[in-house]
Design a protein around this ligand. Structure first.
Ligand code: UN1
Length: 497
């Protein structure tokens, strides 16, 4: 598909149309990087959203210098000014949610309602942290030594680097940037290479919010260049990353060497348990939602449907019927349920797992093939494997596409053991009408988030987000808990006499 991308570019040049070029935001100024790269719509490869600059290590140096210079005044400045700026950003995002949601869907490929929903979430996150920065509190304790007091306060960490993935081009930049800024840090945001438009739009809104120059910087470009320079830069004090396990591991190692705080959100292989006593209609709906919406490209997606034998056949039949009604197509077209896969390399990975699953002996019950539509795009039919077993690669490795497999189990105990039989631990769901099993599952599943009769994906913005085992590392994101990562604790002793 690389060739196709080049073709569409040549076409554009031949017709000498002028494509808009977007620059990095460094020290309050828009700065050109070394080159420009086209942002291509995965629903229509002939559609170039715009061109975005590609920075280099020198741009990271400049952004760190700007953030370092801006930090003292921002860190100790008015929390009212911070709150007002965050509120203004949230208000503008919400007012422009249709336009920004459309842009997001055009560059990433999730459907327009999903794009608008994500932008709405981003606006709400800024509003939430506009309040949260006024509520940052400490503790006052007596010392074990008479007459002395001890104050425990939270201070900003310093210059923080935010490295965000392509599957939530606006919500994840928002949920890392908003708490970072709320608690007095200076930010360098490096969005995923294939989705710069939403992050650029966010940076442009932030640049007009009253936040001083240098407090928020955007450096676009390749992870191997910009991300690498950020994690190795001595002037960066913390890195918050969402992305793959492999990259997360390398970032963690570099951060430990450089004594940086680090927060990682990585993969998932989330189980959705369905018990015999589940409400079948509900179980089908939430499984299809979790597995295939947003094209399955969510670290919270359910990819292992663990079903007890009494409901197994009914469940498979009903899921197949439901999947037959899904419309796969252009993300911006009305009536599309499932947009395209976001990139050629992701599509290749998804299709390779269809082969792997079949080779391993799972039954491909529905879908799994590449689809053609009116425009050239990365369309794929959502795939369901049945008769799969827990040891197969399709049930152990994160695929990150519209692919789910069903595992048949005897009873609740086997379902729980199978749910926990994974290297990951982000989200876990159970569909049941049994209070006893729901209660037991909430306590005993090894995941950071548990959903009872709800999809594994699609979380609230005001409560902690994160997982266990190979999924996450470091403090939780979001909600009040975000202060754990974006502040550092100071313990002050006073003898007033
Ligand atoms: C959600 O399910 O609502 O990258 C959010 C991801 C997660 C976000 C999921 N960090 O898919």
């Amino acid at each position: 598909m690389k060739t196709l991308q080049r073709d569409s570019l040549n076409e554009r040049k031949d017709s000498s149309m002028k494509t808009l070029q977007h620059d990095n935001l460094i020290a309050g100024e828009w700065k050109k990087g070394a080159s420009y790269s086209p942002n291509i719509n995965p629903s229509n490869l002939a559609d170039v959203v715009a061109e975005y600059t590609q920075g280099d290590a020198g741009d990271v140096d400049a952004a760190v210098a700007a953030a370092t210079a801006a930090f003292p005044a921002w860190a100790t400045g008015s929390i009212q000014a911070r709150s007002d700026a965050l509120d203004k950003i949230g208000t503008e995002i919400l007012a422009r949610r249709d336009e920004l949601g459309t842009l997001l869907s055009r560059e990433e490929g999730k459907t327009k309602p999903e794009g608008i929903g994500e932008v709405t979430r981003a606006g709400q996150i800024f509003k939430f942290f506009a309040g949260e920065c006024l509520r940052l509190s400490g503790e006052l304790l007596p010392s074990v030594r008479p007459g002395i007091s001890v104050e425990i306060t939270r201070e900003p960490v310093g210059v923080v680097g935010l490295i965000t993935p392509w599957n939530f081009p606006m919500a994840i930049p928002a949920w890392k940037s908003a708490p970072a800024l709320a608690f007095g840090n200076c930010v360098i945001l490096k969005p995923a290479d294939i989705v710069p438009a939403s992050a650029w739009a966010l940076a442009e809104i932030i640049s007009r919010s009253g936040i001083p120059a240098g407090v928020f910087n955007l450096v676009m470009g390749r992870g191997s260049v910009i991300g690498d320079a950020m994690v190795r830069h001595a002037g960066v004090h913390a890195i918050s990353f969402t992305g793959s396990v492999g990259v997360g591991q390398r970032i963690a190692e570099a951060c430990v060497q450089g004594h940086k705080k680090v927060q990682l959100e990585m993969g998932g292989k989330n189980p959705q348990v369905v018990l015999d006593d589940a409400d079948l209609g509900k179980a089908v709906e939430l499984s299809v939602q979790s597995a295939f919406y947003a094209t399955g490209q969510r670290c919270t997606a359910a990819s292992r449907l663990i079903v007890t034998e009494g409901i197994y056949s009914k469940f498979i039949d009903a899921v197949e019927r439901r999947m037959a009604k899904l419309t796969v197509g252009d993300a911006l077209a009305q009536g599309t349920d499932i947009g395209p896969v976001s990139s050629q390399s992701q599509l290749e990975q998804d299709l390779s797992y269809i082969e792997i699953g079949q080779r391993e002996g799972a039954t491909l019950a529905v879908g799994g093939e590449r689809l053609t539509r009116a425009t050239e795009g990365f369309f794929m039919a959502p795939a369901l494997f049945s008769e799969s077993s827990a040891s197969m690669r399709i049930n152990r490795e994160e695929i990150f596409g519209p692919v789910a497999s069903v595992i048949r189990v005897k009873d609740y105990d086997e379902a729980l053991a199978t749910a926990n039989d994974t290297a990951f631990g982000l989200s876990a769901g159970i569909a049941t009408t049994s209070l006893k099993h729901a209660t037991h599952f909430k306590r005993h599943c090894q995941a950071g988030m548990v959903m009872v009769n709800l999809p594994t994906a699609g979380v609230d913005y005001h409560v902690p987000f994160g997982g266990r085992k190979g999924s996450s590392y470091g403090p939780r994101e979001q909600g009040r808990y975000a202060q754990e990562f974006f502040t550092t604790v100071k313990t002050a002793y006073t003898d007033p006499n």
